[in-house]
Design a protein around this ligand. Structure first.
Ligand SMILES: Cc1ncc(COP(=O)(O)O)c(C=O)c1O
Length: 377
């Protein structure tokens, strides 16, 4: 069977599992604000989707995205999820022989995109107390060369939940600038951070910032996001985009409505997901060998270190999967640290977290001695 078919069947089965408890993809499962739902219903009712949307997105949506991230001078392409912008930037900017520098752990897909364009991947290890679970500016400076084309920084970091300070971001931007490299600042999770700084403030010329509606607003399955940068870079990306026919109209209507109610709606989402983090932390601390090295997390997820419990992350994920709960194994984020942790999402109903916490001690016992050779993706 094709690897693709195997992987697809795996996700198809998960998606079609009745009442699956989604704690593995940092998706947001809180109910939508009524006006977001209404915007989608209105879109369906009017059948406006017979027409293509404007190529870079509805003007009002573009404006509101820039206002939300407070980069009003920048330009923006609305994309089919943040991932489309990442694909476009990595494939377009990387040339054979270039270097693509990122952290380990980090997010794997942009690595695949850069590789597909012939780039050499440089992964800087940042997991563990030795690194304080964050990229140090000196590490980045050491990793740079005249071949460095892109620095890809996930901030807040998925899967660790750390968020960089303004001084760190300023230093990273300066290092990228000194090397003449592009800085892709993947800010998919910034809404959940206590204090987040946009790198584009310090290096607007060659910083690309990603924006997602999957996490804070809960639109993962609708595929809507954006890529933001200085006018000339966005203009050049707009010359040959993967989708020049405008993003999904229904999704754009939902995103627009979401930005309009964000201030009233989102604080409660954040309160609930932080309370879920606290509940998981309490449960984890009672289990010998488990730890939550980054708490609170600045993302809508927490990382649980399992290295001292002598269990394979894959085994623990598989035990939970048999209970109808999806959590994520470290191998999705890192080869080097694949034995170290699992990741659990927190923008979910409290009852889901309660179920996870109730099962946790026994799940760890059941995972002991199980083989790690389980196909997970
Ligand atoms: C770091 C990071 N960037 C981008 C994405 C994709 O975002 P979107 O759903 O907007 O395509 C994800 C999804 O998990 C992610 O973790």
């Amino acid at each position: 069977m094709l690897e693709l078919d195997q992987r697809n069947r795996y996700f198809d089965q998960l998606y079609n599992t009745p009442d699956l408890i989604y704690l593995g993809q940092n998706t947001n499962h809180f109910p939508l604000h009524p006006s977001v739902k209404q915007a989608m219903q209105d879109c369906i009712e009017s059948e406006e989707f017979h027409a293509y949307a404007p190529p870079a997105g509805f003007e009002e949506l573009r404006e509101l995205i820039l206002a939300d991230i407070d980069l009003r001078e920048a330009s923006v392409l609305v994309t089919d999820g943040a991932i489309e912008g990442l694909y476009h930037a990595c494939r377009t900017l990387c040339r054979p022989g270039d270097q693509f520098v990122t952290t380990d752990p980090g997010w794997k897909w942009p690595i695949a995109f850069a590789k597909a364009s012939g780039a050499e991947i440089v992964e800087i290890p940042i997991y563990g107390p030795k690194y304080n679970y964050r990229l140090q500016p000196e590490q980045l400076a050491d990793a740079m060369s005249e071949r460095t084309r892109i620095v890809y920084l996930v901030d807040p970091n998925n899967p660790m939940g750390i968020c960089y300070t303004a001084d760190e971001i300023k230093a990273f931007a300066q290092i990228a600038k000194d090397a003449g490299a592009y800085l892709i600042h993947d800010c998919t999770y910034w809404h959940f951070a206590d204090d987040h700084t946009m790198a584009a403030r310090f290096y607007p010329e060659r910083t690309l910032t990603t924006y997602s509606f999957s996490k804070w607003l809960g639109l993962a399955g609708l595929r809507i996001g954006a890529i933001i940068g200085d006018g000339p870079i966005i203009e050049s990306l707009a010359q040959a985009p993967p989708n020049n026919l405008g993003s999904n109209v229904l999704s754009q209507r939902a995103a627009l409505a979401g930005l309009k109610i964000k201030d009233e709606w989102f604080p409660e989402v954040q309160r609930r997901q932080r309370a879920n983090q606290a509940r998981i932390n309490e449960a984890v601390l009672k289990i010998p060998g488990l730890a939550m090295p980054v708490y609170p997390s600045n993302g809508n997820f927490v990382l649980v270190d399992v290295a001292q419990a002598s269990i394979a992350p894959e085994a623990l994920c598989d035990v939970f999967r048999q209970e109808g709960i999806m959590i994520r194994q470290a191998g999705y984020h890192s080869q080097r640290f694949r034995d170290r942790f699992v990741k659990i999402s927190t923008t979910v109903p409290e009852a889901w977290v309660e179920r996870l916490c109730t099962l946790f001690p026994q799940a760890v016992e059941n995972a002991r001695g199980l083989n790690r050779d389980i196909d997970l993706y």
